[in-house]
Design a protein around this ligand. Structure first.
Ligand SMILES: Nc1ncnc2c1ncn2[C@@H]1O[C@H](COP(=O)(O)OP(=O)(O)O)[C@@H](O)[C@H]1O
Ligand SMILES: Cc1ncc(COP(=O)(O)OP(=O)(O)O)c(N)n1
Length: 274
């Protein structure tokens, strides 16, 4: 059994964060472990409270898991502070794992999940260790310092981020103003690029899509898929999760982690090489 880990914050409402990651791991038949960076009191309407965990205790969780399991791949989500990022980066730089970083900054309701002064630590300490970085458009703007309104700016931002030392950047297109499609663009350090296009689902139930995508990507990497195939299957996982909503909660509801196993044979992501 392949062992994976999520280093992230909790979501008491179960749609994002640690809960979304573990549900995704379970559906993809990898063994999920975790190190929790912060507790959030959260539901589909927003984040009502944040209780950060001390950096020492984050380290204790990492040490417990790694001293016992052969962890193949790790993903990070909500990291909250520079101090927590520094502890994680110091720990992971001594480990031989594939690392997926979802640079979570702001929740859908506008609440900050990463302190502003932590962005520098993310850029200088953690991103250089990553196999893949999966920013949404606003996160890519903060990390690169480039405003993104068109494809050229997207490419410029991705190439600037690649210079921080990460091997691959996936610019997630959920926030792009495209009525018909949700296109994620993938930029690799070797200069190759491809895009993954799917139909844009008209729904408000997209809470936790970024967490779910990065957890699925981490699972497929742990199972030995190539970077490209892991990316394509992760996109399929999140598309089916959005397309088959659970319709629970009174706000932006969670996605459906069960749908991939039920319907994966019925859906293909459209790939465009360039
Ligand atoms: N309405 C939608 N229809 C289909 N796919 C979507 C939709 N919204 C987001 N996605 C997909 O969900 C994933 C997460 O994207 P995004 O919303 O940009 O990230 P985040 O949740 O981090 O803000 C991406 O693969 C994106 O293309
Ligand atoms: C604890 C926690 N982690 C991450 C997020 C953000 O999740 P994301 O997948 O980006 O989804 P939305 O915030 O856009 O719904 C979160 N809310 N909580």
């Amino acid at each position: 059994m392949d062992v994976v880990m999520t280093i992230a914050g909790t979501d008491s409402g179960g749609g994002a964060g640690i809960q979304a990651d573990l549900k995704t791991f379970q559906e993809l038949k990898v063994f999920g472990t975790s190190a929790i960076t912060a507790l959030t009191a959260q539901n589909t309407l927003g984040v009502q409270g944040i209780f950060p965990i001390s950096p020492d205790f984050v380290l204790q969780q990492l040490t417990s898991v790694f001293s016992d399991f052969d962890v193949k791949a790790v993903k990070t989500g909500m990291l909250f502070s520079a101090e927590i990022i520094e502890v994680i980066a110091h720990f992971l730089q001594q480990k031989n794992v594939q690392l997926v970083i979802d640079p979570v900054m702001i929740a859908k309701g506008g609440e900050s999940l990463l302190q502003k002064e932590a962005v520098e630590a993310l850029k200088s300490k953690l991103i250089p260790l990553a196999t893949v970085l999966t920013p949404n458009i606003p996160e890519a703007e903060v990390i690169s310092g480039i405003k993104i309104e068109n494809e050229d700016q997207m490419a410029n931002a991705a190439h600037k981020i690649l210079q921080y030392g990460v091997q691959c950047v996936v610019m997630k297109g959920g926030h792009l103003h495209d009525q018909y499609s949700a296109t994620d663009k993938v930029y690799l350090a070797d200069g190759t690029t491809f895009s993954m296009k799917s139909e844009r689902i008209q729904t408000k139930h997209t809470h936790g899509t970024g967490c779910t995508f990065s957890a699925a990507l981490t699972s497929f990497l742990a199972k030995g898929y190539s970077l490209k195939n892991a990316m394509i299957e992760a996109k399929k996982f999140v598309q089916l999760a959005i397309e088959n909503p659970l319709n629970i909660g009174h706000g932006h509801g969670p996605t459906n982690h069960f749908a991939y196993q039920q319907r994966k044979g019925q859906y293909e992501v459209s790939i465009n090489e360039s």
